[in-house]
Ligand binder design. Structure first.
Ligand SMILES: Cc1cc2nc3c(=O)[nH]c(=O)nc-3n(C[C@H](O)[C@H](O)[C@H](O)COP(=O)(O)O)c2cc1C
Length: 202
């Protein structure tokens, strides 16, 4: 059974884009039809220009499509990757989520199988809180959270966050830990649980 997986991320300086690319690989390896989509930017160009890493990432990802409400409707399963901002999701993520009320009211967000990941500037900088915060919204959607738990050895190697893969952005702007395998496992698991749900719902 083919599952439609949306990998939806927000990234100012590239680390969550990298996480999204690994999730794309994992989703494809699991046989899903995958779309990588970014949350629309809401920051003014002046803010982006003030940070060379932000401008570089914005330019490098200009061709990645922005997520739309139709994409949410399309997806059977979703993997989110979002940065930690003061222990919470980025405002760009919240701004888009707040446009989904109409879909929610029509019951079109129920039974999506979802999981989330996050990066932060510190190993314990709030990734868990960010992921759990996003999951709170998922419960309102009636989505089914397919957290990784400790279902694979790669999760231990990536720091052991059972809520979703978390990573740290180093001084060089790149991800410090070796989390690629954990991200791919998480994406595969989200697809697998998505298949179970879709099959059971036919
Ligand atoms: C406004 C703001 C708030 C942040 N808050 C935190 C934080 O609470 N904890 C932390 O470790 N890092 C924090 N950071 C660092 C970011 O989480 C980190 O740079 C981000 O995960 C990188 O993701 P990206 O490369 O995908 O943009 C913050 C950064 C910004 C700009």
């Amino acid at each position: 059974m083919s599952i439609k997986l949306a990998v939806i991320y927000y990234s100012s300086t590239g680390t969550n884009y990298q996480m999204a690319q690994w999730a794309e690989e994992g989703g494809k390896e699991a046989g899903a039809e995958v779309k990588v989509l970014k949350f629309p930017e809401t920051a003014p160009a002046a803010a982006i220009d003030s940070n060379p890493a932000w401008r570089a990432n914005a330019d490098a990802t200009k061709d990645v499509p922005e997520v739309t409400l139709s994409d949410l409707e399309w997806a059977d399963a979703i993997v989110f990757s979002v940065p930690t901002r003061f222990g919470n999701i980025a405002s760009q993520v919240q701004a888009f989520i707040d446009t989904a009320g109409g879909l929610w009211a029509q019951g079109k967000l129920a039974n999506k199988v979802v999981s989330a990941m996050s990066t932060a500037g510190n190993p314990h900088g709030g990734q868990e809180a960010t992921i759990l915060s996003l999951y709170t919204t998922m419960y309102h959607w009636g989505a089914i959270v397919a957290a990784p738990g400790f279902t694979n050895q790669s999760i231990y190697a990536a720091g052991g966050n059972p809520y979703g893969t978390s990573a740290t952005q180093g001084q060089d702007g790149k991800i410090v830990e070796d989390v690629a395998a954990a991200v791919k496992h998480q994406a595969k698991r989200t697809v697998t649980v998505g298949e179970w749900v879709k099959k059971g719902n036919q």
